[in-house]
Design a protein around this ligand. Structure first.
Ligand code: NAD
Ligand code: MG
Length: 333
């Protein structure tokens, strides 16, 4: 990096002058609300009347209101409910109550980028996306650290959109770990590509294919499970902490040599062509349209695919083996 793109000199002061409504109190919502409150920001949580999260937020000392009332009260509205639920709640309770000049903040660009939510012209629209699940965002803040965040401005009505978003990121603690400027398009497209091609889809398919190859060749499923799934954690942890070179310097020379000669055969031309195709479907909006239609239509295909995946032989072997791993606390949820 030529200069430090992650550094910022904006603190939580701008946000301390504003009222913040956090809509949703799940993974991100709880962490945002509590970190901001602890950073001296006035926060209210907006939830549905019957929401089971109401008691939890109150127990954490955060006032709770109906979504519409919290939005009408706020200078900044942070939309932290699940992405598929956002367009409905936005239309019904957020947009009708948004104050002119307010800031609308998202933690993922999906709905705005693909046009499922079109905010009015008289508000700022920004993105602050922490690169971690909510519990880690909270834990690091409490420990005096932070997790990095991506930041983007979609619409700057007030001329202060970026400064407000930076102040929000600082309130979360992300100024301590780094705030990287991006766009709604880049955040959304790379996020979808990453989870499909590498993190979730690619990694799961790699594990299953390796497992199937060994089992079909007559090896014990238990041994195949350890080899193709269980030990992956060790390798991922090493790469996460030390990069690929650092990981390779910590495995045996045999494993490292095999890595170089065989890895590119597994992920060869065919896989790269599939990755390009997946990226194209993400960029064109084809995947987003398919997913929105699927969510709106009751999720029939989604349920079918989920049931099919849950029936994979690797799942049964794995749950038996994990039940005896005391360090997992028997957590099979
Ligand atoms: P979540 O599923 O953990 O939280 C959902 C919350 O919204 C719950 O409190 C739930 O009760 C409430 N809710 C659900 N439906 C609702 C409705 N119709 N009306 C009102 N409230 C409703 O969600 P999350 O994982 O925290 O995701 C929130 C946003 O943050 C998403 O845009 C997501 O893409 C983004 N994000 C998530 C992570 C992550 O690691 N979880 C990381 C970065 C960004
Ligand atoms: Mg992601």
């Amino acid at each position: 990096m030529q200069h430090d793109q992650l550094k910022q000199d904006v603190g939580p002061e701008i946000l301390q002058q504003r009222k913040v409504a956090i809509v949703g109190y799940g993974s991100q919502g709880e962490a945002h609300a509590r970190n901001l409150a602890d950073s001296g920001v006035e926060v209210r949580v907006g939830l549905r009347p019957g929401s089971s999260s109401r008691e939890k937020a109150k127990a954490h000392g955060i006032p709770v209101a109906d979504v519409g009332d919290a939005v009408a009260w706020a200078d900044l509205v942070s939309v932290l409910i699940p992405d598929p639920a956002q367009p409905g709640v936005y239309e019904e309770s957020i947009e009708p109550n948004l104050r002119p000049g307010a800031t609308l903040l998202f933690a993922h660009g999906f709905n705005v980028h693909f046009g499922a939510i079109t905010p009015p012209e008289n508000v700022d629209v920004v993105l602050v996306a922490p690169k971690s699940p909510g519990p880690m965002l909270r834990r690091e803040y409490v420990a005096g650290n932070g997790v990095p965040s991506l930041l983007a401005v979609h619409q700057d009505h007030t001329g202060e959109a970026e400064a407000i978003a930076r102040s929000y990121a600082a309130g979360l603690g992300s100024d301590r770990a780094g705030v990287l400027t991006t766009t709604f398009a880049e955040e959304t497209e790379t996020d979808l590509f990453g989870e499909q091609a590498v993190l979730c889809g690619g990694a799961s398919a790699l594990i299953q294919a390796g497992f199937e190859t060994l089992v079909e060749a007559g090896y014990q499923p238990e041994v195949a499970y350890f080899e193709c799934l269980h030990e992956l954690k060790l390798i991922v942890d090493l790469a996460y902490e030390h990069g690929l070179t650092g990981m390779r310097s910590r495995i045996s020379d045999t494993a490292e040599f095999g890595d170089y000669v065989s890895g590119p055969r597994v992920i060869g031309e065919e896989s790269r062509a599939a990755m390009k195709q997946i990226l194209e479907e993400v960029r064109s909006g084809d995947f987003a349209r398919r997913w929105i239609k699927e969510s709106e239509g009751g999720g029939g295909e989604f349920q079918r695919l989920r049931a099919q995946a849950q029936g994979h032989p690797l799942e049964e072997v794995g749950s038996r083996l994990r039940a005896r791993m005391a360090w997992l606390n028997g957590d099979e949820s």
